[in-house]
Design a protein around this ligand. Structure first.
Ligand SMILES: Cc1cc2nc3c(=O)[nH]c(=O)nc-3n(C[C@H](O)[C@H](O)[C@H](O)COP(=O)(O)OP(=O)(O)OC[C@H]3O[C@@H](n4cnc5c(N)ncnc54)[C@H](O)[C@@H]3O)c2cc1C
Length: 261
C-alpha cells in the first residue's frame, strides 16, 4: 500500500448518479488484486469531508490506467463527481485483501447494485487466466436505470443474467433468487463453482445462507462504512468464526462460511 497521486484521465456520468472515473497510476495497475480498493481524499470546502472514501478498483483499462465506478450519494461522492480531467487525486492503495480465484472452478459473480464495481475487475482477471471454466454474472438492481455493465460483461465473453426489483429489466425479483433458480436449473454448477458476491449487507446475508445450504464455496466483499481504512480505528469490525476482523484490513473479502450472521 502506498500514498499516491493519481491523475484523473476522465470522469464521466454513465447513468443517473453513476460515474466512471479513469485514473492514471502505474503502481495501482501493477500491484492490485481484484476486490482491493483505493482510499480517496476528497477535498471540498475547507477540510470537509474529513475522512477518506473507499472505492473498489473497478476495471483495468490498459497501460497504466484503471477505473473506479461510483454512485454520487453523499457529500464526498457529489464533490468527486465534479472533479475534472487533469486533477491529481490523493489516494492510498491498493488496500484490503481481494478475491481468491480457483482456476479449476466456474465463477458465479453475484452483484447487488453498486456491488458490481469490484466484480468487474474480478471478471477481467478470470478471463486473463484463459482457463476453460465458465463465468456467469448475475446483476441485480432496483430498476432498469440501475442495471450497470451488462454489455461490458458480455463483451468479456461472460454470460449475464439480469433481474430488477420492479421487473423493468430482466427477471423480476432479487439477485439471490435469480442465482437460486439458476442453480436449481443447473445443479451441476453446485459442485463445480465458487460464488463471489458484493452488494448490500442484507443481500450478502442471504447469499451466504444460500451457499451454506448448498455446500458451496462463497466469497463476499462487505460494504462496511470505513473511517481510517487501514485498520487503525477499529470502526469496521466484522464478526467471524476467527473472532472480530476488520473489513478494511482483513477484508473487505471474507469467506462466506467464516462470517457469523
Ligand atoms: C471496500 C469498499 C469499497 C467500495 N467501493 C465502492 C465503489 O466502487 N463505488 C461506490 O459507489 N461506492 C463504493 N463504496 C461505498 C462508498 O465508499 C460510499 O458510497 C462513500 O464512502 C460515500 O461517501 P459520501 O461522502 O458520498 O457519502 P456520505 O455523505 O458519507 O454518506 C451518504 C449516505 O451513504 C451511506 N454510506 C456511506 N458509506 C457507505 C457504505 N460503505 N455502504 C453503504 N452506505 C454507505 C451513509 O450512511 C449515508 O446514508 C465502497 C465501500 C467500501 C467499504
Amino acid at each position: 500500500m502506498k500514498k499516491l497521486k493519481a491523475k484523473i484521465l476522465e470522469n464521466k456520468k454513465i447513468g443517473p448518479d453513476y460515474f466512471l472515473m479513469d485514473l492514471d497510476s502505474e503502481y495501482i495497475v501493477s500491484h492490485y488484486r481484484p476486490g482491493q480498493f483505493i482510499h480517496v481524499r476528497i477535498e471540498g470546502n475547507g477540510s470537509r469531508p474529513f475522512l477518506r472514501r473507499p472505492f473498489s478498483i473497478h476495471s483495468i483499462t490498459g497501460g497504466d490506467s484503471f477505473q473506479i465506478l461510483y454512485k454520487a450519494i453523499g457529500s464526498g461522492t457529489k464533490i468527486l463527481s465534479h472533479y475534472k480531467k487533469g486533477k491529481n487525486l490523493d489516494i492510498l492503495g491498493p488496500l484490503g485483501n481481494g478475491f481468491e480465484v480457483d482456476p479449476e472452478k466456474n465463477s458465479l459473480l453475484v452483484a447487488g447494485g453498486m456491488g458490481v464495481a469490484p466484480l468487474f475487475s474480478l471478471a477481467q482477471c478470470i478471463k486473463k487466466t484463459k482457463s476453460q471454466v465458465l463465468t456467469f454474472s448475475f446483476l441485480g438492481a432496483r430498476s432498469k436505470n440501475n442495471v450497470l455493465l451488462e454489455s461490458e460483461f458480455r463483451r468479456l465473453g461472460i454470460k449475464v443474467l439480469v433481474c430488477t426489483e420492479d421487473g423493468t429489466c430482466g427477471k423480476k425479483g432479487l439477485v439471490t433468487q435469480l442465482l437460486q433458480e439458476f442453480l436449481e436449473q443447473n445443479p451441476s454448477f453446485k459442485k463445480t463453482s465458487v460464488i463471489f458476491g458484493c452488494g448490500p449487507n442484507l443481500m450478502l446475508k442471504t447469499l451466504i445462507k444460500l451457499a451454506k445450504n448448498l455446500n458451496m464455496d462463497c466469497q463476499v466483499s462487505v460494504e462496511e462504512i470505513f473511517a481510517c481504512g487501514v485498520g487503525a480505528c477499529l470502526g469496521c469490525a466484522v464478526n467471524t468464526r476467527h473472532g472480530y476482523k476488520l473489513a478494511c484490513k482483513d477484508g473487505p473479502v471474507f469467506r462466506g462460511d467464516d462470517i457469523i450472521l
